[in-house]
Design a protein around this ligand. Structure first.
Ligand SMILES: [Zn+2]
Length: 452
């Protein structure tokens, strides 16, 4: 008998962690960190349903922190089994976990007195990350691998970020498919998600299950850039280092070809982590669509491109008063170098801030796009005078139409569990599965165990 326990990303979009128990053997599908508001972050403190040392393996779908960020804590607490992922995900995992450990330690050292009264504890350090990476075993897409002799798993392309996969488990003559995070169809950088095929159980993400994305974000971006140039000051784009920065760079490269005003804009990428992720696209050419590149070999063929690696290079951007584009992380302005740029530009009427993705409740980005008049950064109260633009079309997550299209590739009628979404969007996905496909479907609830 197999059981599934929803440990994370059930009623939330972070902390992805599904406990799969087959014939008494325990496995995690993903092992992410809860992020966002205090109530959600505090879920990281709860004991796991099975002690770390008794877990036998972890199957990772992709390298986002909310799917891998708890791994070093699991290892710190005694987990010694294999951690499976695709080869690009391994490289991404190293970048993301190094950054996570560094960020946690920095926050600890500073006491994180900035704006958050409840600073999260440091869950792990660089040594835990190194120990975690030693347990990683890579498996390419479409190649089946074994879990403790009781289950077999196959990764298939999910089209969400580089290296992302959904995972098909076979056990006791049944098949359970975990979507991980599902990407979108027809994206510039990544190939479409693979078909589901047959499944008895489908655990599906539902982040945007109640929404439809705009078809092409580049027109919106062009309009925001042109208006930003007219305002006369810099244009700051908070963007996640993983995938979003690459999507934005590629869109900028294409807009440079289309519009002479954009063509002359200096483009600054102030995110060493994003630059490392850019390099993965060169390292794994088969994991994405071909990318046009110019003679100078700037990432994604962007003209007038400048990479800021050192702190001094980053600080030098503060002196720029004319139109330019500054891309920096994190995407929700919850930390990282972007805070310095927002501190410097929010009160500047000539500046433009373009948010290029989902802003979860409790983040600085959320407050800004919801019209906050004054914000505190580094202890300073700043009036929001810059022009604020929010583009939703750059999402790396499937919307309702993408999910419907993907569900349509399922050749059976599975029991569906909607995870990785707020209640409204998860409910919309369960309703979609029932009404459009006639499947049994329910919204996953944290702590609940079901027989699969
Ligand atoms: Zn993701």
């Amino acid at each position: 008998m197999a059981e599934l326990t929803f440990v994370g990303a059930a009623g939330t979009v972070t902390g992805s962690k599904h406990l799969l128990t087959v014939e008494g053997h325990h496995f995690f599908v993903d092992c992410g960190l809860f992020q966002g508001v205090v109530d959600v972050r505090s879920l990281n403190e709860l004991p796991l349903p099975v002690p770390a040392a008794r877990m036998e393996a972890v199957v990772i779908t992709h390298g986002h922190l909310d799917h891998i960020g708890f791994l070093p804590k699991l290892v710190h607490d005694g987990f010694r089994g294999p951690i499976f992922c695709t080869p690009p995900t391994r490289e991404l995992m190293q970048i993301v976990l190094d950054d996570s450990a560094h960020l946690q330690q920095t926050l600890q050292e500073r006491g994180f007195h900035h704006e958050r009264p409840h600073s999260p504890p440091a869950y792990y350090n660089e040594d835990d990350v190194a120990a975690t990476m030693r347990l990683v075993k890579t498996v390419p897409l479409e190649q089946q691998f074994d879990l403790a002799g009781v289950a077999k798993v196959t990764y298939r392309n999910a089209g969400h970020i580089i290296g992302s996969a959904f995972a098909q488990f076979e056990y006791e003559g049944r098949r359970a498919t975990f979507s991980g995070d599902l990407g979108r169809y027809g994206r510039p950088l990544l190939y479409d998600p693979e078909p589901i095929g047959a499944a008895d159980v489908l655990v599906s993400e539902s982040t945007y299950g109640d929404r439809i994305h705009p078809p092409d974000p580049s027109d919106e971006l062009l309009q925001a850039l042109v208006e930003g140039i007219a305002r006369g000051g810099p244009i700051v784009i908070p963007a996640f280092a993983v995938e979003r920065s690459q999507d934005v760079l590629l869109a900028l490269a294409q807009l440079q070809q289309r519009d002479s005003r954009v063509a002359t804009l200096p483009i600054y990428l102030d995110s060493p982590m994003a630059a490392k992720v850019d390099a993965l696209f060169e390292e794994f050419p088969d994991a994405h669509k071909p990318i046009p590149r110019d003679a100078a070999n700037a990432p994604f063929g962007v003209q007038n491109f400048h990479l800021c690696v050192t702190t001094d290079q980053s600080k030098a951007l503060n002196a720029i008063t004319s139109p330019c584009v500054i891309i920096s992380a994190s995407g929700m302005a919850s930390g990282g170098r972007i805070l310095h740029h927002l501190h410097n530009r929010l009160a500047d009427r000539s500046a433009t801030i373009i948010f290029a993705g989902y802003q979860s409740a409790g983040t600085l980005g959320y407050l800004i796009i919801h019209g906050a008049h004054t914000l505190r950064i580094y202890g300073d109260a700043l009036p929001v005078l810059a022009n604020i633009v929010h583009l939703s079309g750059f999402s790396a997550h499937a919307d309702q139409n993408d999910l419907k299209r993907w569900f349509g590739t399922c050749t059976s009628k599975p029991q569906l569990y909607a995870v990785h979404g707020e209640v409204e969007s998860a409910t919309a996905v369960a309703t979609l599965a029932t009404e459009a496909f006639g499947w049994q479907a329910q919204v996953a609830r944290r702590g609940v165990t079901v027989t699969i």
